[in-house]
Design a protein around this ligand. Structure first.
Ligand code: 6PG
Length: 225
């Protein structure tokens, strides 16, 4: 199925509507909503808007599509960003949040997270995965030229990223492409040329290879995107 591409002047409210719509469907169908969060800057206002909605967070199972290898209180932590923007103000119960242990040994943390997912459901199928896209076409922590791009037998790995001289924890394509719905959230300017390459399926850009076998992809493009 071809991706749905939505340009919107109301990026945050449209993202919130998409997320809450998927949550309602999933909870009605299966009693639980499995959502993966993206990191970076773009999703912060979306998480802040979700915080004010008083939804049944105990029926949400919140995972992270990637994490920096830093402690949870480090300002680079994707978990910390979501905790401050959403979890704390909304009092999301800890049992609904599956944090990647960025502070731990990367391969061990990746293995532990994969085991945690599979202990809850096997196969693990997200109802919705939120992703961002970097200006090099990366998504989650699947960066061009890195080893994790070629992993087919794992769901979560530690990926060494030379451009940052560090490891990251990341979902692999098998887990991303098992999702029912993937939504890319892109709202910062300067990504137009890369976005064009990704949307034409250029495999040099990792975001282009997100294509759920039994799911669909939405690109929600706001601001300058
Ligand atoms: C991360 C993200 C990463 C991010 C893109 C876009 O940990 O940084 O998961 O994949 O989504 O780099 O980041 P911005 O939203 O800040 O442009």
């Amino acid at each position: 199925m071809s991706p749905e591409i939505l340009h919107t002047p109301t990026f945050v409210s449209d993202a919130v509507a998409l997320i809450t719509g998927e949550a309602e469907k999933a909870i009605a169908a299966r009693g639980i909503f499995r959502i993966a969060l993206s990191g970076g800057n773009t999703p912060r206002p979306v998480y802040e808007a979700l915080a004010g909605l008083g939804l049944p967070w105990d029926k949400w199972e919140i995972t992270f599509s990637d994490e920096r290898c830093v402690p949870p209180d480090n300002d680079q932590s994707n978990f910390r960003m979501a905790r401050i923007a959403w979890f704390d103000p909304a009092r999301v119960p800890g049992g609904s949040i599956l944090r990647m242990e960025g502070e731990a040994d990367p391969p061990a943390a990746a293995e532990k997270y994969e085991k945690e997912l599979l202990s809850r459901s096997s196969p693990y199928v997200h109802d919705l995965i939120l992703l961002g896209m970097g200006d090099d076409g990366h998504t989650a922590s699947l960066f061009p030229g890195t080893g994790a791009l070629h992993v087919t037998d794992r769901l979560v790995v530690a990926n060494y990223v030379p451009k940052f001289s560090t490891h990251r924890l990341t979902f692999t394509y098998p887990l991303l492409n098992a999702a029912r719905h993937v939504c890319f959230l892109v709202s910062s300017p300067g990504k137009e040329a890369v976005l064009k390459e990704v949307l034409t399926g250029n495999p040099a850009y990792p975001s282009a290879s997100v294509a759920p076998a039994d799911g669909h992809v939405t690109w929600l493009l706001g601001g300058g995107a």
